[in-house]
Design a protein around this ligand. Structure first.
Ligand SMILES: Cc1cc2nc3c(=O)[nH]c(=O)nc-3n(C[C@H](O)[C@H](O)[C@H](O)COP(=O)(O)O)c2cc1C
Length: 352
């Protein structure tokens, strides 16, 4: 792989390599794609307040997360249909994460079994993701297998009782077979039953799923203080503030806008991770300044995977870490504030 210098270039290369189906699946959101857009835009409503001449030339950007020692406060969020991006799929994702000194959450909607993914890099294969979706027994079997295989944490996605209304993929006349590409961890029947979305999950069921695996579990897809409190009350070891990259409830708040209330509610008790719209080191800085322990990246990791397999994933993570380190040095600390809003009225008043 010819190394790409920026995430934007990784994205361009991925777009040049992927067909229309894969692109619709990767870049699309749900409904009018408002939440998808807000995820990135919302970072622009913060300013970073720099402190200069601190005497610190190299701020420490390492991170401890549920006992994991990471080289950066950045990890790979789970994404499905991995094999449409690269033949090595999540095997390459966990290898790339480990290469960069961090970890990945492996999606259960994979073209590789969870055992195959773990074997590719036990260090990178930190957490296995299951959704609170479909029959409880099916999810529990996958979660137990993950624990037996050596995953160190379970990520329970709670914002997907059924897949969102994704127009780009609905309009796709000839979508790739999701069953083929994403059911390595479930038989075809289990896969169909899960997608029917006929099971109404509760927090008690989520807690039972976490307990069945016997692993520390995270609730992914929390956007309010009340849901964060419910997750922790039911035993979550961490909370992931996420709107699924704008792919589930359109109109849900941007992840960064939901972060402060979640941190205020549970941040003193459990680590809070955030994903959604992280594209630059300054986004990482804003998230950490607002109380996140770490951030997750979804689409950027898939761009790296497409552009260069494991090395591409590692490169995306390393670029983001380097940009974050530069931002930390330039900022001299972790202080952000809402961006001051100037109104026409005040501009006109200033003119007299
Ligand atoms: C192509 C794609 C597939 C995804 N599949 C899953 C999945 O299987 N399970 C899950 O919990 N989240 C899934 N997500 C959501 C991501 O984990 C994450 O929340 C989101 O991508 C973060 O936003 P970002 O793409 O702006 O970084 C998926 C996201 C994308 C882009």
């Amino acid at each position: 792989m010819e190394p790409f210098p920026t995430l934007a270039e990784a994205r361009r290369r991925a777009h040049a390599l992927l067909d229309a189906h894969a692109l619709a699946y990767l870049e699309g959101g749900s409904g009018a794609e408002r939440t998808l857009r807000w995820n990135e835009e919302a970072f622009g409503r913060y300013v970073i307040r720099p402190t200069v001449c601190t005497g610190d030339a190299a701020p420490d950007i390492t991170c401890t997360l549920l006992g994991e020692q990471l080289a950066m406060p950045i990890l790979v969020a789970p994404f499905g249909l991995d094999r449409i991006f690269h033949p090595d799929g999540h095997r390459a994702v966990v290898q790339g994460a480990a290469e960069a000194g961090t970890v990945a959450i492996a999606s259960s909607s994979s073209g590789y079994t969870l055992e195959d993914v773990h074997a590719a890099s036990p260090a990178g294969a930190w957490a296995f993701q299951v959704s609170a979706l479909g029959p409880v027994g099916v999810a529990e079997r996958a979660a137990r297998r993950a624990a037996d295989t050596g995953y160190r944490a379970l990520c329970i996605t709670v914002d997907t009782p059924r897949p969102g209304w994704r127009e780009r993929t609905l309009e796709d006349p000839d979508p790739p077979s999701a069953v083929e590409l994403a059911s390595a961890n479930y038989g075809p029947d289990d896969f169909a039953e899960r997608m029917a979305g006929a099971v109404g999950w509760t927090w008690a069921m989520v807690a039972a799923l976490g307990a069945a695996a016997g692993l520390p579990w995270m609730a992914k897809g929390v956007l309010t203080a009340a849901d964060a409190r419910a997750a922790v009350a039911h035993g979550a070891a961490a909370v992931i503030v996420s709107n699924h990259g704008g792919r589930q409830l359109d109109g849900a708040p941007a992840a960064i806008d939901a972060l402060p209330e979640v941190v205020a509610e549970v941040g003193a008790e459990v680590p809070v991770i955030i994903d959604g719209g992280i594209r630059h080191g300054s986004d990482v800085l804003i998230a950490l300044a607002l109380g996140a322990t770490a951030v997750g990246i979804g689409r950027p990791a898939a761009w790296g995977l497409t552009a260069g397999g494991a090395d591409g994933v590692a490169r995306v993570l390393s670029i983001l870490a380097e940009e974050y380190a530069i931002a930390r040095t330039l900022a001299g600390g972790l202080e952000v504030a809402p961006r001051p809003r100037r109104s026409w009225r005040s501009d006109l008043n200033a003119l007299g």
